[in-house]
Design a protein around this ligand. Structure first.
Ligand code: NDP
Length: 342
């Protein structure tokens, strides 16, 4: 029998190619949790995922009720077989927004979609995963949420969740740390919460459920829609730059295989609560960003980070803030509070 794997945001980019990589292995049936099932069907057709290997199901992560409905719908599909794996991959990145957009429940969009919707999904699916043997749960992280790297650390704005003032406030908060809205930072903060959720899920549930929890950074996939809000020149230049200058560029298909590896590779079942990355070639660089040079006061392009085509998988280190267990617990408890009615 095939293993059932749920992937959020499988209708484009990394999620789509991970769905393909798993479907191609033949021992998985992929449940694509997407906001637009018709788009999923078109995308699957385009890249050759067979109808018999996947199903598209509606999930709008910007609505906690939709997350609840998705999990209820899953149960009608799988009364006897448990879901084996969950990949939380969907995300929005809105660096150009001058003001916050809001989810149905009144949360800032990057926080609501990238973190809170997935947080609820994880909670609701834990009993399912617990029923399965060798279940794995992966939340896609990012170098940008990991401040021990140049890409995530020195590049302004930095991920900084403060004392979770925004989470304590609940709906209406513009930022996790209670500050004023900054779209690029909101994305990084949410990615940091994603990774902290993994360390905390591992602590709370790995021993009692046997579920393997992980996060991963696929390398920089410069051509995905994540950068849809960037200007056209950036979209044209950036992938070329990543490919020919930095070597940290990962083609979508290969990034998808990396994500699939975290679910499929027996090596990745041996450790839980970890953050997977891939070694690049000699030159380990992967992210091009504008950095404020504090001495000159000028913006410069800096390229650094983990990742690289053809790399080998390794366990990367979580950075200071992400491995701060006090705040990991705090964000988990506050997030629980925000989703408890669902
Ligand atoms: P894409 O924008 O191509 O994919 C994001 C997916 O999320 C899309 O399928 C999108 O759906 C879905 N999505 C967005 N909003 C919602 C919502 N409200 N409800 C449900 N689904 C939603 O970007 P990527 O493939 O690049 O990003 C995938 C993951 O990879 C993210 O977690 C991102 O943080 C991470 N990542 C990406 C890197 C990169 O270089 N691109 C680097 C590091 C991490 P739709 O198809 O309808 O738009």
């Amino acid at each position: 029998t095939r293993r059932l794997v749920v992937i959020t945001g499988a209708s484009s980019g990394l999620g789509l190619w991970a769905a393909k990589a798993l479907a191609d292995k033949k021992n998985y049936f992929v449940i694509c949790a997407v906001r637009d099932p018709e788009k999923m069907d078109r995308a699957a057709k385009e890249i050759g995922i067979k109808r018999s290997d996947y199903i598209a199901m509606k999930l709008e992560l910007g609505s906690l009720q939709s997350v609840r409905d998705f999990v209820d719908n899953l149960k009608t599909f799988t009364p006897v077989r448990p879901i084996n794996h969950l990949i939380c991959n969907a995300a929005v990145y809105r660096p150009a927004d001058p003001v916050p957009a809001w989810t149905d429940d009144g949360y800032e969009m990057s926080f609501g979609v990238n973190h809170l919707g997935h947080f609820l999904l994880c909670q609701l699916m834990l009993p399912e995963l617990k029923r399965a043997k060798n279940a794995r749960l992966c939340i896609v992280g990012s170098i940008t949420g990991n401040s021990n790297t140049i890409g995530g650390g020195l590049v302004y704005p930095r991920a900084e969740i403060g004392e979770l003032e925004g989470l304590r406030q609940g709906p209406g908060a513009e930022m996790v740390d209670g500050g004023k809205f900054d779209g690029a930072k909101a994305y990084k903060d949410a990615k940091a919460l994603n990774m902290m959720t993994i360390t905390e899920l591992h602590k709370r549930f790995h021993d009692t459920t046997g579920i393997t929890f992980s996060s991963m950074y696929p390398g920089c996939i410069a051509e995905t829609n994540l950068f849809r809000e960037k200007r056209q020149w950036f979209k044209t230049i950036f992938p070329l730059f990543m490919k020919y200058v930095t070597g940290g560029y990962v083609p979508e298909a290969e990034a998808g295989q990396r994500l699939a590896q975290v679910i499929d590779d027996p090596e990745c079942d041996k450790q839980s609560g970890v953050y997977w990355s891939w070694n690049g070639n000699a030159q380990q660089v992967g992210l091009a960003s504008r950095v404020l040079n504090k001495q000159t006061g000028k913006w410069e392009v800096q390229v650094q980070g983990a990742g690289g085509s053809g790399g080998k998988i390794f366990v990367n280190q979580f950075s200071g803030m992400i491995s701060d267990s006090r705040r990991a617990k705090l964000q988990y408890d506050y997030s629980m509070d925000l989703v408890k009615d669902y």
